[in-house]
Design a protein around this ligand. Sequence first.
Ligand code: SAH
Ligand code: DHB
Ligand code: MG
Length: 227
Amino acid sequence: MDPPVSAHQSIWSAVDDYLISALHASDPVLDHAIVSSQTAGLPEIQVSETLGKFLHLLARIHHASRILEIGTLGGYSTIWLARALPPDGKLITIELDPEHAKVAQANLESAGVSDRVDLRLGAALDILPQIESDGESAFDFIFIDADKPSNVAYLEWALKLSRSGSVIVLDNVVRDGAIIEAESIDEKVRSSRAALEWLGNHPQIESTAVQTVGAKGYDGVAIALVK
Ligand code: SAH
Ligand code: DHB
Ligand code: MG
């Protein structure tokens, strides 16, 4: 089943615009990160502005001082998360594509957060074992937003690099509602279902997911607490 082109998209976008005008300060630094990513031809799959600020607030509410992100793109979500850190906090973000990483590094510098952000270039499944063997201490907050087929492997790594009380957020788990299709042939749907089932069945994890609509369409995020 093809996802419908939603008749509701224009109102979702208009409501996002209203919420942003009512609740967010204008933010030329983040606007620049979007524009420079667009200009460089990056795919426009960064989190929406409201989800970016939601992640930022979640990290602040959790007093996260060590954040791990898998999937940097142009650094948009990275900037939101890095701004949640205390002055001595640290964020490691992993990106496979050198072009994306180059745009992200410039955006992080423009945003004044590059001192707190360690951008690692490479495949996450190569970098994550290095982070472990470097003896990095546990991450308080982990945002998983890269290639979907590796989501279960990323969750396993996230748990390994966590402590009791760590928060794990997994992006894109609703996919226009396609997530309910048990027999889907879409690899992103299959692997997102596998990731949700992994979360639901893991004895060390307490989790839920929220559906989201807005400027970026209909999708959702799972949130998990390590017990
Ligand atoms: N978190 C970003 C969006 C990330 S898009 C934001 O919201 O602003 C997903 C990113 O994951 C892309 O840049 C893609 O190149 C990267 N990616 C894909 N496969 C990867 C892998 N195996 N390891 C690390 N990054 C990967
Ligand atoms: C896709 C990936 C994302 O991380 C996202 O937020 C939206 C779309 C994608 O691969 O289609
Ligand atoms: Mg995403």
